[in-house]
Design a protein around this ligand. Structure first.
Ligand code: GDP
Ligand code: CA
Length: 319
């Protein structure tokens, strides 16, 4: 079975680990979000691609959900001693090596998709990881600070400000001109099922869908498209997805997120058992919906979620 997954960082990566356990023989292609990418200290950092790669390659800092296990921060301390920041973005010594290799390869003329493949040669994530695009896309967030409206980089909003001010708009700058990376549209066209993990619907899955051609390819693929809600009990399980949902006018409920994707794209939707009340509303919107446990407390729980998603895909396929 060929499975395509559109993934952000933590939610996507943990789900993928479960999917690999649930479907060990499947051929899994992950289309990764690159809207969170940022240049720091002259290096290109791809937080979501790295979270997927480290998580599936057993190099992740498990508690944090991002960055490397067994990490030290000497390089950052040395930079800070020179007064060189930003100090708000966590980059450890081991992690720095990834960004140095990536930046060097990009400087030598390799596209991000080829660089990601090379990095994955080391990590062996057991999936094919492709960035959504080789072109530069950067998610910016419009905020009002001291009475002045300005657009800031997504990482500044998320990591430095911790989404403490309202997001007035979320814009994937560059997405309109971006082309899907080589292999993205082909993987979608050849897929037996497309899954949206419980990743952020706006700044992860939404950004991937903003690359022209990707949404259309999924809608036209004629295969089941099933998603899992990142919103449980009317709040994000981790992080501040409610802030960016508000910016696009979507309430923080499992049903509203399903409606935001819409029945033109989504065939099936899983909500947590605490949101069983959302099933009826979601089905009324033309999306098959089931309530099952959606907390990825451990690998087995994530694997069970993946099994439920694949079962729902079969259900809508034969419907
Ligand atoms: P990011 O790029 O690191 O923010 O990661 P993603 O976009 O892939 O995922 C973030 C989303 O994952 C958040 O909106 C969380 O609510 C969601 N999430 C994290 N852990 C869980 C979980 O155990 N269950 C569910 N249903 N959602 C989760
Ligand atoms: Ca992210």
């Amino acid at each position: 079975m060929r499975i395509v997954v559109l993934a952000g960082g933590i939610g996507g990566a943990r789900f993928l680990r479960g999917l690999k356990q649930a479907a060990p023989d499947a051929d899994i292609t992950v289309i990764g979000n690159t809207g969170d990418d940022i240049h720091l200290f002259g290096l290109k950092v791809c937080p979501d691609l790295d979270t997927v790669m480290y998580t599936l390659g057993d190099g992740i800092n498990e508690e944090q959900g991002w960055g490397r296990a067994d990490e030290t921060f000497h390089l950052k301390e040395e930079l800070a001693a020179y007064g060189v920041g930003p100090e708000w973005f966590g980059l450890g010594d081991r992690d720095f090596a990834t960004h140095i290799v990536r930046t060097q390869m990009i400087g030598a003329g390799f596209p991000l998709s080829a660089v990601t493949e090379a990095l994955c040669d080391r990590w062996k994530p057991g999936v094919r990881l492709i960035p959504m695009t080789d072109d530069r896309v950067e998610t910016h967030v419009a905020v009002e600070v001291d009475g002045e409206r300005k657009a800031i980089h997504f990482q500044e909003y998320w990591v430095r400000l911790r989404a403490s001010v309202p997001a007035e708009a979320v814009v994937p700058v560059g997405a309109e001109q971006a082309k899907p990376a080589p292999g993205v549209l082909e993987a979608i066209a050849e897929a037996d099922v497309v899954l949206f993990p419980p990743s952020n619907p706006v700044v992860s899955v939404g950004t991937i869908l903003a690359v022209p051609g990707i949404r259309e390819a999924i809608a036209d693929a004629g295969v089941p498209v099933v998603g899992l809600s990142p919103i449980v009990g009317d709040a994000p399980v981790r992080g501040m997805a409610d802030k960016v949902l508000a910016a696009v006018g979507v309430e923080s409920t499992a049903a509203a997120v399903a409606e935001h994707y819409g029945s033109g794209l989504l065939d099936g939707w899983l909500v947590d058992t605490v949101d069983a009340g959302a099933v009826e509303r979601t089905e009324a919107a033309g999306i098959r919906c089931r309530a099952v446990p959606l907390m990825m407390t451990d690998l087995d729980a994530a694997a069970q979620m993946a099994r439920e998603a694949l079962a729902l895909a079969e259900e809508v396929r034969t419907a």
